[in-house]
Design a protein around this ligand. Structure first.
Ligand code: MBD
Ligand code: FE
Length: 305
């Protein structure tokens, strides 16, 4: 078919309307249909290819992997880049900690503590991790009472709630900064995440000649009244996938130094029975700007059953 014939047929569908529409939904679906028809025409997609794609989408939903394919195709990072651009255009302060994607594994309702927390339940014998720092505004003033929500994988790369073998909310906490804007926590060093090898996301990645690995990382939401909520992650330095993340989430400014401590005298002083690592990291929040989304992005999220 030529372009005009395709457009005419698309119009026959999008023009079929007998009741008030949601104009936004209609505009997006109309455009999507036209683009899909053009794609099928230009690439001469066969019926077999088309129905195989439909089956793929069905399997993706059944496996609850939509939230995994979205970052895998770079779409979630693309949304971040657009939000960065909007904030710059709206004159938001520069110098804040870079945002990066949330990913599919946040769970609301983690235990809350003041100033500090231990995230692990003591059953994971990986390297001890001590991380801390401050929440600051862009002028370097501390932000007391800020909420630091933190979640990360265990030494096998698995997240509690999704991994039912872990205790509920293991490696998930909300820490409220103290009067000097400080937070700190003890946990275990996470390992990198890999897509389920037999799932639909990895199936497509393999067809694209890609892997489904993420570097070891720790997620954060950092929020305080009057500030734009920060969604970000830090990467654990020297992971082989730091600059080869299937989810495209690595950004400059999010790869702090990690200091590994193995000296028995130091371990004794710290009161720990095995090697530990320390990470110092400050979060810098820009002030909220009217007319922009300042809260965490609204989306359906998992909840602890
Ligand atoms: C993760 O832990 C993650 O952060 C993302 C973005 C995708 C899959 C697993
Ligand atoms: Fe993650």
């Amino acid at each position: 078919m030529n372009k005009t014939q395709i457009q005419d047929f698309a119009k026959r569908i999008t023009g079929t309307q007998s009741a008030p529409a949601n104009e936004r939904v209609k505009a997006v679906v109309d455009r999507m249909l036209l683009d899909l028809f053009v794609l099928i025409e230009d690439m001469d997609v066969t019926p077999e290819e088309f129905w195989s794609a439909c089956n793929y989408v069905t399997e993706l939903g059944k496996s609850n992997e939509v939230g995994l394919l979205v970052p895998g195709l770079g779409i979630e990072h693309f949304l971040d880049l657009r939000q960065d651009e909007k904030e710059r255009a709206a004159g938001m302060e520069v110098g804040g900690t870079p945002r990066t994607i949330e990913g599919p594994l946040y769970v609301a309702g983690a235990p809350v503590s003041q100033g500090e927390a231990r995230l692990d339940d003591g059953t994971d014998d990986g390297e001890i991790l001590l991380m801390g720092g401050r929440v600051l505004d862009t002028r370097g003033n501390p932000v007391p009472g800020a909420k630091v929500e933190v979640w990360h994988a265990n030494t096998r790369g698995n997240y509690s709630v999704f991994d039912q073998s872990q205790s509920p909310f293991n490696l998930r906490r909300t820490i409220v900064t103290d009067c000097e804007g400080c937070y700190r926590f003890r946990s275990v060093m996470p390992s990198g995440y890999s897509c389920p090898p037999d799932g639909p996301t990895q199936t497509l990645l393999t067809l694209l000649g890609r892997h489904g690995h993420r570097p070891a990382h720790i997620h954060f939401f950092v929020s305080a009244p009057g500030f734009r909520t920060l969604t970000t992650q830090i990467n654990i330095k020297d992971d082989p996938h730091t600059h080869d993340d299937f989810a495209f989430a690595t950004r400059d400014g999010l790869i702090p130094d990690v200091v590994h401590h193995t000296d028995p005298a130091v371990l004794r002083d710290m009161g720990v029975d095995r090697p530990f690592a320390t990470i110092a990291f400050d979060f810098t929040l820009p002030h909220a700007v009217e007319g922009l989304t300042n809260a965490v992005v609204e989306r359906a999220r998992a909840s602890a059953a």
